[in-house]
Write a protein that binds this ligand. Structure first.
Ligand code: GDP
Ligand code: IMO
Ligand code: MG
Length: 423
């Protein structure tokens, strides 16, 4: 039995899509377990670039089954857009994709509520992706949600109860748009479109696969520091992005989890509001943003950039039980004279290596400075070619994080991935 999990250890956009695509040939199925179209997972190969939002990143390999699990929230309109574009490029989605009956649906009024809630927060905005994620998970938890499987059970009636409830709230916030009916019509059309896909009891599908000795890779969305329980609350997303989310979001028992791949950038980024202790506001931060093309895959928003934060990474590794680390975007630092890594926080004169309850307060990062490698690594084929300074950076991180780095990414393309030998 084999279920491995790959997830982000920072604030999202670590490069999950790229690595899931690279690892997919090792598995029989790939499954998403939480989040929804707030995600934007980029894959590049054969001079083409794809951005996936709700569909797992395993669809471009050799016909593996791709599962959208019960923990995911789906917007039928965005799903349709994504699916139609993929089908146009030749992917036989209807054959490889399975969607849980239990996914919760994002309705147009959820998106309107997302926007209205943000507006009402004034200066304390979360900076959400505006995709209706928070309101949809709120309805799920408060037991007012609408699930995909409801298309077979009094759908219209259930939808209109939910919609009326939303409308009352939207009216109070003065946020009912004139074109609501038009939005609803398009949405209902897209719900019908979804019926053309394989809508299944995905927990049984996964159990069947495991009983047949098949292996599954679970694909995380967002990142550990955006987790609803352990992230920088309230500047987080509305789901459990940590490894435990793979169990509840797919119906997989914890004792079936094997490897946990924790993925991180050689530096750190964040999009949206909220604290970010190692954020750089100077020319170095701008340089990282420019060299790393740090702009949102979906929203195009500028990503905030800073040095790697080992306090936060240690916390993420602990929460997820990470067994292997994957370092992304190492090439972005190829031309830096020196590289900094935050090894501890200084709070009120006291140094700590523990991630504190609130990272809102004045935190002074304690940095270790390492020499840069000043070498273009983007066309290297093996770790033997790595410059000594980069090897030292890897050794330093492995020591600090007490976990092996088994994969290093040196560019956005599928091919720019170095699988390290066991040390
Ligand atoms: P995800 O949400 O975790 O899948 O990550 P995103 O796709 O949102 O953001 C990662 C970005 O970095 C994408 O534009 C990728 O094409 C790009 N990328 C991934 N790995 C590397 C790498 O090793 N080097 C560089 N330069 N870019 C990378
Ligand atoms: P991937 O899977 C980066 C952030 C938003 C905002 C907060 C809440 O591509 O790594 P939400 O719309 O979820 O209610 O927004 O979470 N956020 C992400 N940041 N990558 C993502 O996904 C994100 N998904 C949500 O910017 O700060
Ligand atoms: Mg992304």
């Amino acid at each position: 039995m084999k279920v491995d999990v790959l997830l982000g250890l920072q604030w999202g956009d670590e490069g999950k899509g790229k690595v899931v695509d690279v690892l997919t040939p090792r598995y029989d199925a790939v499954a998403r377990f939480q989040g929804g179209p707030n995600a934007g997972h980029t894959l590049e190969f054969e001079d083409k670039k794809y951005v996936l939002r709700s569909i797992p990143s395993g669809i471009f390999q050799h016909g593996q089954i791709n599962v959208i699990g019960n923990g995911v929230v789906l917007d039928p309109v965005l799903f349709r857009e994504e699916a139609e574009a993929l089908e146009k490029s030749g992917i036989d989605l209807r054959r490889v994709l399975r969607i849980s009956k239990k996914v919760h649906l994002i309705a147009p009024t959820h998106r309107l509520l997302d926007a209205a809630n943000e507006k009402a927060k004034g200066g304390a905005k979360i900076g959400t992706t505006g995709k209706g994620i928070g309101p949809t998970y709120t309805d799920k938890i408060s037991r007012n949600g609408l699930r995909l499987g409801d298309v077979y059970h009094n759908f219209k009636e259930k939808y209109s109860t939910m919609r009326n409830n939303h409308l009352a709230r939207l009216k109070a916030l003065n946020a009912v748009p004139e074109n609501l009916e038009e939005l609803e019509e398009k949405w209902l059309d897209a719900v019908m479109y979804m019926k053309g896909f394989q809508i299944v009891d995905s927990e049984f599908l996964i159990d069947d696969l495991l009983r047949q000795g098949k292996s599954i890779l679970c694909e995380g969305a967002q990142g550990t520091l955006l987790d609803i329980d352990f992230g920088s609350y309230p500047f987080v997303t509305s789901s459990n992005t940590i490894c435990a989310g793979a169990c509840s979001g797919l119906g997989i028992a914890p004792n079936k989890i094997g490897e946990v791949f924790g993925i991180f950038k050689a530096y750190c980024t964040r999009v949206g509001s909220g604290p970010f202790p190692t954020e750089l506001f100077d020319a170095v931060g701008k340089r990282i943003r420019d060299l790393g093309h740090e702009y949102g895959a979906v929203t195009g928003r500028e990503r905030r950039c800073g040095w790697i934060d080992l306090v936060a990474l240690r916390y993420s590794i602990m929460l997820n039980g990470v067994t292997q680390l994957i370092m992304m975007k190492s090439d972005v630092l190829d031309d830096f004279e020196e590289i900094k890594a935050c090894t501890a926080y200084r709070i009120g004169g006291q140094e700590t290596r523990r991630f504190p309850y609130s990272i809102d307060e004045a935190i002074e990062p304690v940095y270790e400075t390492l020499p840069g490698w000043k070498t273009d690594m983007t066309s290297m084929q093996s770790e033997d070619e790595f410059p000594v300074e980069f090897k030292n950076y890897i050794d330093f991180l492995e020591r600090e994080l007490e976990t092996p780095i088994t994969i290093v990414s040196i560019g956005p393309d599928r091919k720019q991935t170095i699988i390290r030998k066991k040390h």
